[in-house]
Design a binder for this molecule. Structure first.
Ligand SMILES: NC(=O)c1ccc[n+]([C@@H]2O[C@H](COP(=O)([O-])OP(=O)(O)OC[C@H]3O[C@@H](n4cnc5c(N)ncnc54)[C@H](O)[C@@H]3O)[C@@H](O)[C@H]2O)c1
Length: 312
């Protein structure tokens, strides 16, 4: 089962699983995802789609007996909005995860791969690149919700012998994403190709990762057997500043002489981690995973997709 399989990352995972011959059930409440993202798989009846929520225990009790393993992507992923939507996001991200884990335990489902967040669970640590054993110190409610999920994943793993792999993802970008910094820059530049406002001072540094590399990491996690709960940072090797990303987007759109203006301050918004660069050597060693797509290539292909989409 892929939860959130109609979302940005989830739909890419579903497509890959179908290509590799897995039989899958997608559970998504379509609150932000779109069924059309997995249309090809549905038309060819290569996966089953169930519209519903991960917070619906009755529904999960019906689905779970058919499941061998879970890839859990469903969440409210907006860091900025998590300050305002505290209880709504807790309900989906944490309570929803608990319902999944409980249904797994009741049906002896033995493995879950969880989409955690390397950009938020560690908070403003001094230690960069940050290794997985750095303590959690989130500065956003979103980060706190992901950290809470990992703690429960750990307890369920121990109590019910469930194999858990938490993938602490960096900033994932690519098609068909309709959120994130590159998406925002693209639309700002479409409206005004001479000036663009950047949130913060532009020096925030993040580990951007192209979605194909993120899907590769999920496939490696799926195929690897590890006992207990194991967490991996999944991100680019080096971080890039928001200014660098802005320059790449400008180049990919074939623009020049764009003036950047800044809202100022060290963060883009409350809860924005100023420097989120993680150490990915553990994933390289134990999952034999490493990113293949450079920021330049990735931005180019994402921007070219956005250009095609808007001309449809
Ligand atoms: N995109 C990133 O940069 C990034 C970084 C770190 C972690 N993550 C995590 O990866 C996962 C996927 O993120 P994304 O960017 O694809 O987000 P997304 O919003 O595109 O996808 C989330 C999906 O979950 C579904 N969903 C939401 N609430 C649900 C519920 N109660 N029941 C069933 N489905 C529900 C949505 O409809 C959507 O299809 C999330 O868990 C997110 O927290 C994303």
């Amino acid at each position: 089962m892929v939860t959130g399989g109609c979302g940005f990352i989830g739909s890419n995972i579903v497509q890959r699983l179908v290509n590799e011959g897995y039989k899958i059930i997608v559970l998504d409440d379509l609150s932000s995802g779109k069924k059309e993202y997995i249309n090809d798989c549905l038309v060819e009846k290569k996966c089953e789609f169930i519209e519903g929520s991960i917070t619906d225990a009755t529904l999960l009790a019906k689905i779970m007996p058919k499941i061998d393993l879970v890839i859990h992507e469903a969440a409210k992923p907006d860091v900025r909005a998590s300050k305002k939507n505290l209880f709504r996001d807790f309900n989906t991200n944490v309570t929803g995860t608990l319902h999944i884990l409980q249904a797994m335990a009741q049906n002896q489902v033995q493995k879950i791969v969880f989409a955690s967040s390397g950009g938020t669970v560690y908070g403003e640590t001094e230690k960069t690149p940050t290794p997985e054993n750095e303590p959690f110190a989130p500065i956003s409610h979103y980060g706190a919700s992901k950290a809470a999920c990992e703690q429960y994943l750990s307890s369920f793993s121990s109590l019910y012998n469930i194999e858990v792999i938490s993938l602490r993802l960096g900033n994932i970008y690519g098609l068909p994403s309709n959120h994130g910094v590159m998406y925002d820059f693209f639309w700002k530049l479409e409206k005004n190709p001479s000036t663009m406002e950047i949130l913060g001072d532009g020096n925030q540094i993040k580990s951007y990762l192209y979605v194909d590399d993120c899907v590769d990491a999920h496939m490696c996690a799926l195929q690897k057997t590890l006992k207990g709960h194991t967490a991996f940072n999944i991100a680019s090797i080096e971080g890039a500043s928001v200014n660098e990303v802005a320059r790449e987007v400008v180049e990919a759109m074939n623009l020049s002489n764009v003036e950047f203006t800044y809202t100022g301050g060290k963060r883009g918004w409350a809860g924005d981690v100023r420097k989120a660069v993680v150490d990915i050597s553990k994933a390289n060693k134990l999952l034999s995973w490493k990113p293949k797509v450079s920021l330049k290539e990735g931005v180019k292909s994402y921007i070219s997709w956005l250009e095609t989409e808007q001309n449809k």
